[in-house]
Design a protein around this ligand. Structure first.
Ligand SMILES: Nc1nc2c(ncn2[C@@H]2O[C@H](COP(=O)(O)OP(=O)(O)OP(=O)(O)O)[C@@H](O)[C@H]2O)c(=O)[nH]1
Ligand SMILES: [Mg+2]
Length: 277
């Protein structure tokens, strides 16, 4: 629970039998997650047994793929704040509080795995993946004039429910480049977002996507093609753009202040001043 809002974490799982138990418990230990939804995507035998007793809710998605699994979890989730993560040990339950803190101000919070200080020894974020993700993210930032973006494919993300409901009808990709599509739909719907560094640790077990250079390279090309399709109108559809709570700039304007003006001093008067009056 976060400020009276229900928080759910969604884990798609395929090949994380050896890490899913610890990952689930780590998120519950934060005492911020009301629910962990595990989406079993034809997962390795024994996965269900590992989840049992942790308090997580297991659901099943038979259509194979990262996108299909996450979409099933999203559709089955009734939380106010929806957090996406992976149960492979790479993401940390301790980062939940950071995503939640930003959700007070902004409807979507993206994690980035490319901040050097947050990349742990042994994490699968070598030169190619780090700068490849960064380059496509910068291309997106430039082409769409967004706020800072440094990672296209980080699963660790938070969505206020209203933001997710707005983009959900437009999410169509069942495979690995679902993540970039999610990001592009947030941009296309003009939903305010921010990107924050999240810890990125060594994966338990073998990475089936970005662990292979050829697959990672292909995914990079798919990401670039996707961004260009959005930029040049090939993904043009009727979209209801974000009309939710005002952005921070608009809130300040409504208060009659600019972002450059200091906030009024609301601190209590010093005790000595009170005595004098
Ligand atoms: N590879 C793969 N992953 C799946 C599938 N369905 C769900 N997933 C989940 O998608 C997530 C990403 O898969 P990983 O093998 O961790 O891929 P990765 O190399 O870490 O990819 P990145 O997280 O993008 O760096 C994991 O949580 C998987 O459990 C599937 O069919 N294939
Ligand atoms: Mg992973």
């Amino acid at each position: 629970m976060w400020r009276g809002k229900k928080v759910a974490v969604i884990f798609p799982t395929y090949n994380e039998k050896d890490s899913i138990r610890a990952a689930t418990l780590e998120y519950f230990e934060s005492r911020l997650a009301d629910e962990v939804i595990v989406v079993n995507n034809n997962a390795a035998p024994g996965t269900s047994e590992e989840i049992r007793g942790t308090g997580a809710r297991e659901i099943f998605e038979s259509r194979q793929g990262y996108g299909h699994a996450l979409l099933r979890g999203i559709d089955e989730c009734d939380a106010d704040l929806i957090v996406l993560s992976e149960p492979d040990g790479t993401f940390s339950g301790n980062d939940l509080i950071k995503l939640l803190a930003y959700s007070d101000d902004i409807p979507v919070v993206f994690g980035t795995r490319t901040a050097r200080e947050f990349i742990w020894d042994g994490a699968n974020m070598g030169w190619f993946l780090r700068w490849g993700n960064w380059a496509v993210a910068k291309m997106t930032e430039l082409l769409f004039n967004t706020t800072i973006l440094t990672d296209m494919g980080c699963t660790h993300r938070l969505f206020q429910r209203e933001a997710m409901l707005l983009i959900r009808p437009h999410l169509t990709i069942g495979g690995s480049h679902f993540g970039p599509q999610l990001l592009m739909e947030v941009v296309a719907h003009k939903i305010p977002f921010v990107e924050i560094p999240v810890n990125y640790r060594r994966r338990v077990g073998h990475s089936s996507v970005t662990g292979d250079f050829g697959k990672a390279f292909l995914l990079g090309l798919q990401m670039i093609a996707l961004v260009l399709q959005y930029r040049f109108g090939l993904c043009r559809r009727n979209r209801t753009v974000w009309q939710g709570e005002l952005s921070i700039q608009q809130q300040l304007a409504a208060l009659g202040r600019s972002a450059h003006q200091p906030a009024p001093d609301l601190s209590p008067e010093p005790v000595s001043a009170k005595r004098e009056s």
